[in-house]
Design a protein around this ligand. Structure first.
Ligand SMILES: NC(=O)C1=CN([C@@H]2O[C@H](COP(=O)(O)OP(=O)(O)OC[C@H]3O[C@@H](n4cnc5c(N)ncnc54)[C@H](OP(=O)(O)O)[C@@H]3O)[C@@H](O)[C@H]2O)C=CC1
Ligand SMILES: Cc1cn([C@H]2C[C@H](O)[C@@H](COP(=O)(O)OP(=O)(O)O[C@H]3O[C@@H](C)C(=O)[C@@H](O)[C@H]3O)O2)c(=O)[nH]c1=O
Ligand SMILES: [Mg+2]
Length: 300
């Protein structure tokens, strides 16, 4: 089976490239310069040429704060561009897996969000991703929209790598402790996407189509996540960095973020039998890759 995935250097794309061969699939990355999501003709040309059995839509405009001042570009990529990908999937006649985000929700719900909950994005990024979901659903029934959250990996730009960078110059970092979500490893997402793609290719059951939440087990605030990262850093290098818990209002940003963006993943588990590892286990795995194994017996 051949999967065409949009994007080249993205966290999820890179993780899929690493995992594809061991899961027995051929992977083609389709991205810039030959395919730009803001150029519809390049999208259908490149995807048709890739001759995929399944398309994974993983490319996106992901700069959450910058999107507030570049809404046209965010919508051109995440909504119009994704619509072009979905129309190409319909034209080629193959299933489409599309990645979306927890930021489609407003974060006011007390419990975890399920797929049918009302959306209400607080940011331009979230609104553009929600419009992308709509474009996918309009273009093809043969789709699975996977909403994931707080993605980190050994590659690309993410919160875990930002914390490791800050640790080089600081002994203490203030991190918001009143936004809750599920930090999710791109390596785990890639693994799940490939398994979902294999299923969609071979099984026309409509229950496998629609919206699903795909996130790690467990939950954390950004401060919890940072603490876990710094604990792992200390175990591996002896360097001690403290998290100072702060509130959202202490860390003003251009984009508003949901206070609660915990995604319930029960539907994916019940439908596909797929669930991801706990976020702490996967954080350990990424730290192992980036800075090596923890030193045995070393304590705080
Ligand atoms: N990062 C996160 O925390 C979360 C991400 N998601 C979603 O998951 C998906 C994957 O995210 P992630 O891997 O982190 O993304 P990254 O930010 O790591 O990578 C973005 C990818 O999109 C590509 N891209 C951006 N603009 C264009 C364009 N105009 N034309 C073609 N390609 C473009 C980039 O291209 P290039 O290869 O040229 O750099 C890159 O490959 C996205 O849909 C995102 O919205 C959902 C929840 C959380
Ligand atoms: C760097 C830093 C951030 N923060 C806060 C700001 C924010 O509330 C939170 C996370 O900041 P970031 O900018 O790293 O993360 P952010 O860009 O909001 O991450 C989001 O990206 C998009 C693409 C998604 O789809 C979401 O699921 C989510 O992962 O941490 C601190 O409190 N202290 C710090 O030193
Ligand atoms: Mg960011």
């Amino acid at each position: 089976m051949r999967i065409a995935v949009t994007g080249k250097q993205g966290q999820v794309v890179q993780a899929m490239v690493e995992q594809a061969s061991s899961l027995g699939v051929e992977l083609t990355t389709v991205g810039r310069p030959e395919m730009d999501l803001t150029d519809e003709a390049s999208v259908s040309r490149a995807l048709v040429a890739a001759k995929p059995d399944v398309i994974v839509s993983a490319a996106a405009y992901t700069a959450v704060d910058k999107a507030e001042s570049e809404p046209e570009l965010a919508f051109a990529v995440n909504a119009v561009g994704v619509g072009a990908v979905a129309r190409a999937a319909a034209q080629i006649g193959v299933p489409l897996l599309h990645l979306s985000t927890d930021y489609v929700f407003d974060g006011s719900k007390a419990a975890s969000y399920i797929e049918d909950d009302a959306t209400g994005p607080l940011s331009v990024y979230g609104a553009s991703k929600l419009e992308g979901e709509r474009q996918v659903a309009d273009a093809t029934d043969n789709h699975a929209i996977l909403r994931t959250a707080w993605v980190y990996s050994a590659n690309g730009a993410n919160f875990l790598k930002t914390m490791l960078r800050l640790a080089e110059s600081r002994d203490e970092v203030g991190v918001v402790a009143d936004q809750f979500g599920r930090p999710t490893s791109a390596h785990d997402i890639a693994d799940a996407l490939i398994r979902i793609a294999l299923r969609l290719k071979s099984d026309p059951d409509q229950r496998l189509r629609g919206i699903f939440h795909l996130a790690a087990e467990g939950e954390a605030s950004w401060a919890d996540f940072a603490r876990e990262i710094f604990n792992g850093l200390e175990q591996r290098t002896g360097k001690l960095v403290t998290v100072r818990p702060i509130s959202t209002s202490d860390y003003p940003t251009p984009a508003k973020r949901p206070q609660n963006s915990r995604l319930s993943t029960d539907k994916l588990d019940a439908t596909y039998g797929i669930s991801l590892p706990h976020w702490q286990a996967s954080t350990t795995a990424v730290l192992d890759r980036l800075i090596g194994q923890a030193r045995k017996g070393e304590t705080a």
